[in-house]
Write a protein that binds this ligand. Structure first.
Ligand SMILES: Nc1ncnc2c1ncn2[C@@H]1O[C@H](COP(=O)(O)OP(=O)(O)O)[C@@H](O)[C@H]1O
Ligand SMILES: [Mg+2]
Length: 311
């Protein structure tokens, strides 16, 4: 558990690090601006910083006491930022080096879950040059192809027939890292927020298009969000699975677990986001609101996660 802070002075000067150079830069800037405004509204001495190099310069110059990390993808979510800040003894929100690195790599996250017997769609990790057609025949159609390290559905394609495979692979290969090919789960899409050991209610995402792609995530206004997404035992089961998945990857502080639920009611873990979106369309704020936690309070509580048990 993180410490409960009542006096803004205890936070000291806070850097809200956003933007950066990942494919999710624009989303991160949007999240960051919202977080910054909320913290300021609560009287926190918070300042925007764009990207890791600028942050490290400012931290080394002694300008900040702690960091609210809202970089999505890239160095902000893969352990790089976390390692640098840890070495400089500057506390930060969210998961540490290991949790961030494991979660950003969808392939290794799945390997850990598999080893623990947690459900995740059948998959193949494919380095560049691998025989994708042989892999696809093993997985079977329909399947989904994604880059192992990206977010926001960037580079993700659903593939229903072999003729469409090469194009999907070419798209995913535009991004760094190996390629992940996995069984397409047909059913419902869910996501579960975790905030300082509290599992928020599930959200069932119902896009009007085919699936929850970049457009449905950030642009479309007609995607429906149902929270709680399930009822009774099914809701509790998915929440428990989300927390186990989060813990399995050594995550801490806060985050969001993406889960598919097939037509038979089985849950399948997709990924954990260790610095999830905080835009007006974002999911953790919606689930927090359903628990009576308004956006400003949510930002405050996330900032509290920078006070670790062992700090
Ligand atoms: N195995 C799968 N079955 C069905 N849909 C999937 C599967 N994997 C991903 N998707 C769809 O693609 C979206 C993005 O995939 P995800 O693994 O969450 O990566 P990211 O959000 O980091 O881009 C999901 O929100 C979901 O709509
Ligand atoms: Mg996702």
């Amino acid at each position: 558990m993180s410490k409960t802070i009542t006096d803004t002075a205890q936070f000291g000067r806070v850097a809200v690090v956003m933007g950066g150079s990942s494919a999710e830069r624009e989303v991160s800037l949007d999240s960051g601006r919202n977080v910054l405004a909320a913290l300021k509204a609560r009287g926190v001495d918070a300042h925007a910083i764009d990207g890791i190099p600028a942050l490290l310069d400012a931290v080394r110059a002694g300008h900040f006491a702690r960091v609210f990390n809202i970089l999505h993808g890239g160095g902000g979510e893969n352990g790089e930022l976390q390692g640098a800040l840890q070495a400089l003894r500057i506390p930060f929100t969210g998961s540490g080096v290991l949790g961030s690195a494991l979660s950003l790599d969808k392939i290794r996250a799945k390997l850990v879950w598999q080893a623990l017997g947690l459900p995740t769609p059948r998959f193949k990790a494919l380095p560049r040059g691998a025989d994708v057609h042989a892999a696809a025949r093993e997985i079977g159609f329909p399947l989904i192809v994604k880059p192992a390290w990206e977010g926001s559905s960037v580079g993700v394609t659903r593939v229903f027939k072999e003729a469409d495979l090469d194009e999907a692979v070419a798209l995913a290969h535009r991004y760094p890292g190996d390629l992940l090919m996995e069984t397409l789960i047909e059913g419902g899409e869910y996501t579960v927020g975790v905030l300082d050991r509290q599992v928020l209610a599930t959200i069932n995402i119902v896009p009007t298009g085919e699936y929850y792609d970049y457009n449905a995530k950030y642009i479309a206004e007609d995607t429906r969000y149902i929270c709680p997404g399930l009822e009774g035992e099914a809701e509790r089961e998915m929440q428990a699975l989300a927390l186990r998945a989060f813990d399995a990857l050594a995550c801490s502080g806060w985050g969001r677990v993406d889960i598919m639920r097939d037509r038979e009611g089985r849950n399948w873990l997709l990924e954990v986001n260790t610095a999830p979106g905080m835009t007006s369309h974002s999911l953790v704020p919606k689930a927090a609101a359903a628990a009576g936690i308004d956006y400003e309070t949510l930002c405050w509580r996330v900032l509290e996660t920078s006070f670790r048990e062992d700090a």
